[in-house]
Design a protein around this ligand. Structure first.
Ligand SMILES: NC(=O)c1ccc[n+]([C@@H]2O[C@H](COP(=O)([O-])OP(=O)(O)OC[C@H]3O[C@@H](n4cnc5c(N)ncnc54)[C@H](O)[C@@H]3O)[C@@H](O)[C@H]2O)c1
Length: 242
């Protein structure tokens, strides 16, 4: 990973932060995308490891903002070697109460955002005939969940996108894989009620929530595995087996 350029979307906290730090530890320069959370503390942690970090504010659900993020990365570092589509949101509620906006926002961010970034990174990756794309799906996109129809649809869509990009881009030596995390301790899951957390815990064979660093290790592994493409790796303590 030394001197490679890695774009991490939504990298200012949670899983994205851990992924950015893990790639920096491997010697990669990081393009840390953020939307609202300040990226300053992550930037200095990254730079303390002796690599470069460009922070860039962009809403990746917007086609043009995603384009300017990729342009900024190319201007600063000249290449994009790894794209980690991590940015994501939830707007959980039961189907009967789910508004059109709840549905659209989640799909626009999680699914269209992923497309926007793949679309803009494909040209430079094809030109350099090398690249790795890692998309953050979820076990919810595989198994579904009560109150998460919008989120499940977006994360299942990411899987279809991953399989298609893997097939289409393979001839240019670009891999595309997905990670399906289970329950990882971040702000996204912190908002769940204790009752809900207990219920989820009872469905995890390893009997604990995952750590963001455990997802980051998988992302680095995939970026370093040129003969793995079109796969989904579940990192979920055994929540979904078989
Ligand atoms: N935490 C979990 O248990 C879990 C499980 C499965 C999948 N995931 C997925 O992992 C990814 C990271 O989740 P997390 O738990 O770290 O969540 P988080 O809420 O802590 O972080 C998400 C980050 O994405 C950013 N973001 C959201 N919308 C954006 C946009 N339009 N443009 C740019 N940035 C945007 C947020 O600002 C935030 O920094 C998400 O895609 C999430 O769906 C998380």
């Amino acid at each position: 990973m030394k001197d490679k350029t890695v774009i991490v979307t939504g990298g200012a906290k949670g899983i994205g932060r851990a992924i950015a730090l893990a790639f920096a530890k491997e010697g990669a320069n990081i393009v840390l995308n953020y939307r609202s959370t300040s990226p300053d503390s992550v930037k200095s942690e990254i730079e303390d490891m002796g690599v470069k970090c460009l922070t860039y504010k962009a809403d990746i659900s917007k086609f043009d903002e995603a384009a300017s993020l990729v342009d900024a990365a190319l201007k600063e570092f000249g290449t994009v070697d790894v794209l980690v589509n991590n940015a994501g949101i939830t707007k959980d509620t039961l189907i009967m109460r789910m508004s059109e906006e709840d549905f659209d926002k989640v799909v626009e961010t999680n699914l269209k955002g992923c497309f926007n970034m793949i679309r803009h990174c494909t040209k430079p990756m094809m030109k350099q005939r090398k690249g790795a794309i890692i998309n953050m799906s979820s076990v919810i996109g595989i198994a579904g969940n009560v109150g998460q129809l919008n989120y499940a649809a977006s994360k299942a869509g990411i899987l279809g996108m991953t399989y298609s990009a893997a097939k289409e881009l393979a001839s240019r030596n670009i891999t595309c894989n997905a990670i399906a995390p289970g329950m990882i301790a971040t702000d996204m899951t912190d908002v769940l009620s204790d009752k809900m957390k207990e219920q989820i815990m009872s469905a995890i064979p390893l009997k604990r929530f995952g750590k963001p660093e455990e997802i980051a290790e998988t992302a680095v592994f995939l970026a370093k595995s040129p003969y793995i493409t079109g796969q989904v790796i579940r990192v979920d303590g055994g929540m979904v087996i078989g």
